[in-house]
Ligand binder design. Structure first.
Ligand code: UFG
Length: 323
């Protein structure tokens, strides 16, 4: 198939592109390179276009597209609280421009990057798809609005879609020349590894008084290549089943911040020290996915689910990042 990957120069998008290419799909990457990297576009052609400039999008559809994967978004919770207009503009209005471009070009299939942030404060230890959606920040709300738009578009005009709600995307594929490179970096695992290397600022652990076994937040880390696999399976599902689908993607196992640091010490063989810092605003204590539906319906089975494997791949990338 010919897949248009919007945001394919970014972290999750570039890993999805690598798996699509491996499976023989033809790829066009659409990216404005605002946070993505030109060097991460190693497969397919790059169209430098912007979802906020709708007329630039048609160029990406010149060669008929079978399906779209949509990774473009602003995705920092704290920034979204400070700049709500920018988040709703980019993530909601930008997506509408993309959906309108798809309609103009007769493309009826889309895989959408959603997030655990659509759930807000979790009301269950394992979050399944039926869990109430009550986002507590503009980032999560913007993703939930797009999920609603996709549902309405399925009803109104038969658009086929799959929303994939990532829990904590982590890891890298250094053997493919790609990995995680954000600026600023706010995510735990890269910050821990930069601290191990001595290249980042001193590590801070945010919050020690959460109602968790060691007082630090518990998250469900999922390898970015496993997320990529789910996107390929979503293409198959859209062929089989019309409608708007949504899946939670995690490993169903939570690790605390301190457990992540301890695992990173083992994997890297380096001492990793940190400062205790106050809680970061908006961090829920536990965020762990039930991915039963993804396993049953998509046939998804994470291949790199051990935390050691995830951290090892990220560590090998950080030792020699290509960008
Ligand atoms: N943390 C630290 N120090 C750091 C970075 C993070 O202690 O330097 C802690 C955070 O406070 C949190 C945990 O490590 O407790 C994980 O933080 P990340 O920033 O790596 O990831 P989040 O859990 O905040 O983010 C995830 C997804 C987002 C989603 C969010 C919903 O990546 O897409 O959950 O809360 F929006």
């Amino acid at each position: 198939m010919h897949i248009l990957v919007c945001g394919g120069a970014g972290y999750v998008g570039s890993h999805a592109v690598s798996v699509l290419a491996e499976q023989g799909h033809r790829i066009t990457v659409l990216d404005n390179l605002s946070t993505g990297h030109r060097e991460a576009v190693r497969w397919g052609r790059l169209v430098d276009a912007d979802l906020m400039a709708p007329t630039t999008l048609d160029r990406a559809f010149e060669d008929p597209v079978d399906a779209v994967m949509h990774f473009c978004a602003r995705s920092l919770v704290a920034e979204s609280l400070a700049q709500p207009y920018a988040y709703y503009q980019n993530n909601v209005a930008g997506t509408l421009h993309l959906l309108e471009a798809m309609q103009r070009h007769g493309v009826e299939r889309i895989v959408f990057s959603s997030t655990a942030a659509v759930f807000g404060h979790p009301q269950a230890m394992l979050i399944d798809e039926a869990h109430p959606k009550a986002p507590i920040n503009p980032y999560g709300a913007s993703k939930w609005m797009v999920e609603e738009i996709l549902r309405h578009a399925a009803q109104a005009r038969g658009l086929r879609s799959v929303a994939l709600r990532y829990f904590n995307a982590a890891g890298a594929a250094p053997e493919r020349g790609i990995g995680e490179s954000h600026s600023p970096e706010t995510h735990l695992i890269p910050n821990v590894l930069r601290s191990a290397l001595g290249t980042g600022p001193r590590l801070k652990v945010f919050g020690h008084d959460y109602p968790t076994p060691d007082g630090t937040c518990v998250r469900d880390y999922v390898h970015v290549l496993d997320l990529a696999d789910a996107h390929v399976l979503a293409l198959d599902l859209m062929e089989r089943e019309p409608g708007a689908h949504a899946f939670n993607l995690g490993n169903g196992t939570g690790f605390s911040v301190l457990q992540v640091i301890e695992t990173a010490r083992r994997v890297t063989g380096r001492g990793i020290s940190f400062d205790r810092a106050p809680r970061r605003a908006g961090d829920p204590a536990y965020l762990v996915a039930s991915s039963e539906k993804a396993r049953d319906v998509l046939g998804w089975s994470p291949r790199h689910s051990a935390l050691e494997t995830i951290i090892d791949s990220a560590w090998r990338w950080h030792l020699a990042p290509a960008f």
